[in-house]
Design a protein around this ligand. Structure first.
Ligand SMILES: C[C@@]1(CC(=O)O)c2cc3[nH]c(cc4nc(cc5[nH]c(cc(n2)[C@H]1CCC(=O)O)[C@@](C)(CC(=O)O)[C@@H]5CCC(=O)O)C(CC(=O)O)=C4CCC(=O)O)c(CCC(=O)O)c3CC(=O)O
Ligand SMILES: NC(=O)C1=CN([C@@H]2O[C@H](COP(=O)(O)OP(=O)(O)OC[C@H]3O[C@@H](n4cnc5c(N)ncnc54)[C@H](O)[C@@H]3O)[C@@H](O)[C@H]2O)C=CC1
Length: 207
């Protein structure tokens, strides 16, 4: 069985080329926009939404059918075309070191996309290794019952607080104890996290 290795890519300003401008391309492009990639879509036609992104300047549109030079400087390539021959031509033109995902041929790809649940910095990815994308989507939907919108501010607090702890606290045991304390349930529901943190800090540093 293929055992995928999950990673989180930093695509900021990286060249991403999407071949195809239909419904599936639109979904994949939404994720690339959130990741602030530099996106080019190669397709004779675009969905209304993709056309809107193009007019806004969020994506570049090459209004044409695929040719090998479209991907020569791409960091990441996704195909979402309604013709398997085109997907396989993209695979043939790609360098083996480029990141490549063929929406209709996962087995010919070197990565696949998960279903993604986000609340600010909290970013949970679900994959069934290609077995059932619908199950991945359902699991994502269930996660909203466990991790609601309150996680956005909470994880921002954890980010800032952890940064402060790593900078200011030298003792490794104290560091570990504080980093663990801020993930306790009380901090999630608190309306005065900074004040609560000060109290935890004082109680632990005065022992
Ligand atoms: C392998 C993978 C490669 C990849 O695309 O990266 C892949 C492959 C294929 N998907 C197909 C079909 C569908 N895909 C979806 C939906 C999603 N597909 C996504 C990912 C993946 N799909 C990767 C594996 C994910 C995993 O590991 O589980 C999600 C999670 C992420 C995203 O696309 O961004 C997104 C949900 C987004 C969300 O959370 O909302 C739906 C349902 C719907 O559209 O609502 C259907 C129709 C139902 C069905 O067919 O099951 C087909 C057949 C095409 C055909 O009929 O020809 C193939 C090709 C094949 O299986 O060979
Ligand atoms: N991996 C996934 O998540 C899923 C994959 N699929 C697969 O994705 C593919 C695309 O599905 P949809 O977006 O629904 O199809 P669609 O028919 O809406 O879009 C296809 C797009 O490809 C473009 N295109 C066709 N030939 C081209 C060429 N030579 N060069 C560049 N662009 C070209 C068309 O202009 C169109 O914009 C299908 O092959 C389907 O099997 C379908 C559902 C989910």
């Amino acid at each position: 069985m293929l055992d995928y290795y999950p990673i989180y890519l930093n695509l900021m300003d990286k060249k991403a080329v999407v071949i195809g401008g239909g419904k599936v391309a639109e979904r994949k492009i939404k994720g690339l926009i959130e990741a602030k990639a530099e996106i080019t879509v190669v397709s004779p036609a675009l969905t209304e939404k993709l056309h809107h992104y193009h007019l806004q300047g969020t994506i570049t549109w090459k209004k044409k059918i695929f040719s090998a030079d479209d991907i020569s400087d791409a960091f990441l390539i996704i195909t979402a075309v309604n013709d398997a021959k085109v997907s396989l031509a993209v695979k043939k033109a790609a360098n083996p070191n480029q990141l490549l995902s063929l929406a209709d041929h996962p087995e010919e790809s070197n990565f696949i996309l998960p279903s993604v649940y986000k609340q600010g910095k909290l970013n949970i990815s679900i994959s069934t290794s290609g077995a059932s994308p619908i199950l991945a989507k359902k699991i994502k939907q269930n996660l909203s019952n466990l991790y609601g919108p309150e996680y956005k501010d909470y994880v921002d607090f954890l980010y800032n607080c952890r940064k402060w702890i790593l900078q200011e606290i030298q003792d490794p045991e104290m560091k570990k104890s504080l980093l663990s304390a801020i993930t306790e349930q009380d901090f999630l529901t608190s309306t005065a996290r900074e004040k609560d943190f000060k109290e935890v800090l004082e109680s632990r540093t005065n022992q």
